[in-house]
Design a protein around this ligand. Structure first.
Ligand code: ZN
Length: 189
């Protein structure tokens, strides 16, 4: 299991889909936040940022990813980190505890090239319908309530990570018999 320490987070610290722990429902976080989690979050941000910078991803052998839920490191707690490249080489970090989806658009979208997950180490194909815009409420590291509005790929990342907290993986949302079912109902991004 992942132990936060001096060394960087590596690909093999992330649980693979075969690991049953990914199927469990994570538990609410209590405040004040454990120091241990603060360190884990720093590691997660560093990992996700490096993974999206080509030279560093290559150097450290990282698959690119924009989000990680604590449970993917074997920590069954309701929090996740998203590192969003909103412009070339510019990143925004989102860290949220006990998050809840409070509102969503009617419009639905999907990632044309297929959604990905750092816990899923194989090729997948199919459509994962997601809301185009969402509002998520939760808490920051200090236990202060926060509200985040997200759209497009960032909105998808939030929905993907929220699912992890309930033991759901994106592949669960693809119909294996008809992976592109109802494609015309959603907008491709
Ligand atoms: Zn994932």
């Amino acid at each position: 299991m992942y132990q936060s320490g001096d060394s960087m987070l590596k690909m093999n610290d992330i649980l693979d889909e075969k690991d049953k722990r990914l199927r469990e429902k994570s538990e609410e976080v209590t405040f004040p936040l454990k120091e241990e989690y603060k360190k884990v979050i720093k590691d997660m941000i560093e990992f996700l940022t490096n993974s999206q910078i080509e030279e560093l991803a290559e150097k450290y052998d990282l698959r690119p990813g924009m989000g990680l839920a604590a449970v993917q490191l074997g920590i069954k707690k309701r929090f996740f980190v998203i590192v969003h490249e909103y412009d070339d080489g510019k990143f925004d970090n989102y860290v949220i505890f006990n998050p809840k989806l409070v509102s969503n658009s009617e419009e639905m979208i999907y990632v044309g090239e297929g959604e990905g997950c750092l816990s899923i180490n194989r090729k997948t194909c199919g459509i994962v319908p997601r809301y185009a815009r969402v509002t998520v409420e939760g808490y920051d590291e200090n236990g202060t309530p926060i509200r985040i509005r997200a759209r497009e790929e960032l909105a998808i990342a939030f929905q993907h990570e929220l699912d992890h907290l309930d033991g759901i993986l994106f592949i669960d949302k693809i119909d294996p018999k008809n992976p592109f079912k109802n494609k015309e109902l959603y907008r491709e991004i």
